[in-house]
Design a binder for this molecule. Structure first.
Ligand SMILES: [Zn+2]
Length: 371
């Protein structure tokens, strides 16, 4: 009897009831490929459902197979954890982001390099918290990794700058919205394509005329065979400028005139800010890869002519989950950034072309698609 009692109390000591902390991955990752290799880009939502604050100290991500080895590590000690964390209240300074008060949530943005030919089949997560003077280690949240991103052809021809493209800090990716009662990041892999000249300028002449922007009027192409599932074509264009919108920005107008294409396999291609009157397709039309859908413009929540392009798992810009895709082929030919003070401008540098197969441009890369 004594031995049995000892066994029971030892078990009780090692299996204490863990604190109520939910950590979940709303959208399991798909392997994406860039000119610098393959990666997984996804988020972990950490919600402290207890009444007392918990301070996150470390996050480890494991390959759930292959002996469960650690493939990624974020730590408060080297600030990598603070950089990856965002809080719904933006005023929280970086240094305090790791402290998650009772009832509060943190979003963790992960970007994990993986072997393109042998990525993990599933991931598992371990979180280490400080609670008062004790350390709490929680383990769980096994998510599958989708290996094959959908392969498409480019939505535009020629050379483009991939502004606000995939990165761990892109404004597109950091916009978490709960529109249908659950959070989603529709723009997780969205890119705003602009054209720039050798000086980095996206226009010539009078900057208040849409026609003077190099991107303006380019043909937007179907990236795959598909069916048109949504269009909008009634929103007037903006005068280019940070604060000049032709219409009030609402859920109805935010994407401007647009086309949504069902390309099969649960994937939808979305083209936003299109020129009014330029749509060449209607809802229900079947289109072929490469077919012209509309012309690039400056409608909706847009500061200058560009096309916002994304692939998502549903036909809406903001309430579907954005997923990566691979262009069958493109070249990375340089990088762009916003530089200069007090009048910031775009500056791009070029390098020898780097060919990418079945990959996606990264934030601010200068890329070349077939003519
Ligand atoms: Zn955009």
């Amino acid at each position: 009897m004594t031995a049995l009692l000892l066994l029971v109390s030892a078990r009780a000591a090692s299996a204490q009831i863990p604190p109520n902390v939910e950590f979940r991955v709303p959208k399991p990752p798909t392997v994406a490929v860039s000119d610098s290799g393959a990666f997984l880009s996804y988020e972990l939502h950490v919600t402290n459902l207890t009444a007392t604050p918990l301070t996150l100290k470390r996050v480890e991500v494991f390959d759930a197979a292959k002996g469960g080895r650690v493939i990624w590590n974020l730590s408060a000690a080297d600030s990598s954890l603070q950089r990856a964390l965002a809080r719904p209240a933006p005023a929280i300074p970086a240094a305090e982001r790791t402290q998650i008060g009772g009832g509060l949530r943190a979003y963790m943005y992960l970007w994990i390099p993986v072997d393109r030919n042998n990525p993990p089949a599933a991931l598992r997560h371990r979180l280490t918290f400080q609670r008062d003077t004790s350390v709490v280690v929680l383990e769980g949240t096994v998510v599958p990794v989708e290996r094959n991103a959908v392969v498409i052809t480019p939505p535009i021809r020629g050379e483009w700058a991939a502004f606000n493209g995939p990165s761990n800090a892109s404004g597109h990716r950091r916009l978490v919205l709960a529109l249908d009662g659950q959070v989603a990041i529709g723009q997780r892999f969205a890119i705003d394509y602009l054209q720039v000249d050798s000086t980095g300028s996206s226009h010539h002449g009078d900057p208040s005329r849409n026609e003077n922007y190099y991107a303006y009027g380019h043909e937007l192409l179907a990236v795959a065979d598909g069916i048109v599932v949504a269009t909008k074509d009634s929103i007037p264009q903006n005068v280019p400028g940070a604060n000049s919108r032709a219409v009030a920005i609402t859920m109805e107008t935010v994407g401007g005139n647009h086309v949504a294409l069902d390309i099969g396999g649960g994937h939808y291609a979305l083209y936003a800010h299109v020129q009014p009157g330029s749509l060449r397709v209607h809802v229900g039309d079947r289109v072929k890869r490469g077919q012209v859908l509309a012309l690039l413009g400056n409608s909706g929540n847009s500061t200058e002519p560009h096309v916002h392009f994304q692939i998502a798992d549903g036909p809406t810009f903001l309430s579907s989950e954005g997923v990566p895709y691979g262009f069958d082929h493109f070249d990375v030919i340089g990088n762009c950034g916003i530089v200069g003070n007090p009048t910031p401008g775009i500056k791009c540098s070029r390098h020898a072309p780097v060919g990418v197969e079945r990959g996606i441009p990264l934030m601010n890369e200068l890329v070349r698609f077939p003519k």
